[in-house]
Design a protein around this ligand. Structure first.
Ligand SMILES: Cc1ncc(COP(=O)(O)O)c(C=O)c1O
Length: 394
């Protein structure tokens, strides 16, 4: 369901926007260029779905292919770990370093003495674990009761020390921070809190790579971007980058959340960051957050044009729809949270009031992000009825 809540007018602090502009993207690009397996993810046009929905263009940026880690999160946590290692090595070695220096023996020796920690629903932790292994430091990852064993195993396979804690995602964030403070580890969180903003901002800076790649590839910029949100980092990073790059042609930004975990929508309505009560678990596991990241909310408060709350079946129906496309469209493997940006567009487009409010119509150019592939293939197969390989005809 679409909600036309907007509190536009309050400007985010300038350093947040600066970190998520072209300079920020240049910094993450320099890091990505050092990675052997880096290539831009596919930007896929779905002409069949665009025609069915009466819009000019519908593009989906497929982050299921990102760095072999199956989600856009690969861009944030790993990049923040690399940045922290470089900063610590600069301090210890007393000279300026670049991303390419991460492979040098003296930088790796510094990394070997470092431990990073985070809480995760799965994808951020996979990125931090991979980033730590690549840079040569240790990672301790905190997961809550609802994180699937397959997702935990994927992080353990990357060498992370896994700690399962009681309670919700928000509890795991708190326990990770408390334990790290006690142990002298560095928390690499994708969500911010009072007094802890620089690292989550670096994580979000990593996400500018996906929107940067998309805008580089598009002939004409999108008129609307539909962005799924957990704590809001992805949506805020994309809104901030696109807004600054496109200026007067900036697209409308619509934030998509599960009905059962709509903390950004609740905060937008309240006009400040609020924590919502924990409800039933949602299938959109990666979006199950009760408290927004304050720095993300600060940006979205100024840039979001509306919010969508999704029912459970809107997410799963969209996964099936992407797996079983219209004639001429490619099949796309989208995990439980991956297709929710598209689900948000479809929800708005079938609601006359939302269509009118957002000006959706035959001239609209829609951009959405498949933010994850089948990050838990068994859950994917249960929902879609086919394995990811079967969907892709492999
Ligand atoms: C696949 C996927 N999509 C979307 C999100 C939401 O990102 P954020 O928490 O930055 O809003 C996440 C977060 O973990 C995710 O893993």
């Amino acid at each position: 369901m679409f909600h036309a809540v907007t509190t536009k007018g309050q400007q985010p602090r300038p350093h947040l926007m600066a970190a998520l502009g072209e300079a920020g993207r240049a910094a993450i690009s320099a890091y990505l260029q050092t990675l052997e397996n880096y290539r831009p993810t596919p930007l896929i046009s779905l002409p069949g779905l665009a025609a069915e929905n009466g819009v000019a263009l519908l593009h989906i940026k497929d982050e299921g292919q990102r760095l072999g880690l199956r989600s856009f999160k690969a861009l944030g946590g790993a990049y923040a770990v690399a940045s922290l290692v470089l900063a610590e090595a600069e301090r210890k070695l007393g000279r300026k370093l670049m991303a390419a220096d991460l492979a040098s023996p003296d930088v790796r020796a510094v990394a070997a003495g470092m431990t990073v920690a985070c809480a995760t629903d799965g994808n951020h932790g996979r990125s931090v674990a991979w980033g730590a292994r690549t840079a040569g430091c240790s990672a301790v990852i905190f997961i809550h009761a609802g994180v699937s064993q397959a997702r935990s195993d994927a992080m353990a396979a990357l060498g992370a020390d896994m700690r399962r804690v009681a309670g919700s995602y928000d509890d795991s964030v708190r326990i990770a921070a408390e334990t790290a403070a006690r142990e002298g580890w560095t928390v690499v969180s994708d969500t911010s809190w009072e007094g802890y903003e620089a690292i989550p901002l670096t994580v979000m800076q990593g996400y500018t790579a996906t929107i940067g790649e998309a805008l580089d590839a598009l002939v004409e910029p999108p008129t609307h971007i539909f962005l799924q949100a957990g704590v809001g980092g992805l949506a805020a990073a994309i809104a901030a980058y696109a807004g600054q790059r496109l200026g007067p042609n900036a697209p409308d930004i619509v934030v998509i959340e599960p009905e059962r975990a709509a903390c950004l929508f609740a905060s937008a309505r309240a006009g400040r960051c609020v924590t919502i009560p924990h409800g039933e678990p949602t299938v959109m596991a990666m979006l199950e957050c009760a408290t927004p990241s304050p720095i993300a909310f600060e940006i979205l408060q100024s840039l979001a044009d509306g919010y969508v709350t999704l029912r459970e079946e809107e997410a799963t129906d969209t996964m099936k729809r992407l797996a079983d496309p219209l004639d001429g469209d490619a099949a796309i493997v989208a995990g439980e949270s991956g297709g929710t940006g598209l689900a948000g567009f479809l929800a708005c487009n079938s609601d006359p009031q939302a269509r009118a409010h957002l000006g959706l119509g035959p001239r609209s150019r829609i951009l959405v992000f498949n933010s994850e592939g089948a990050t838990d293939p068994a859950i994917y197969a249960r929902i879609v009825g086919r394995t990811p390989e079967e969907v892709l005809g492999q």
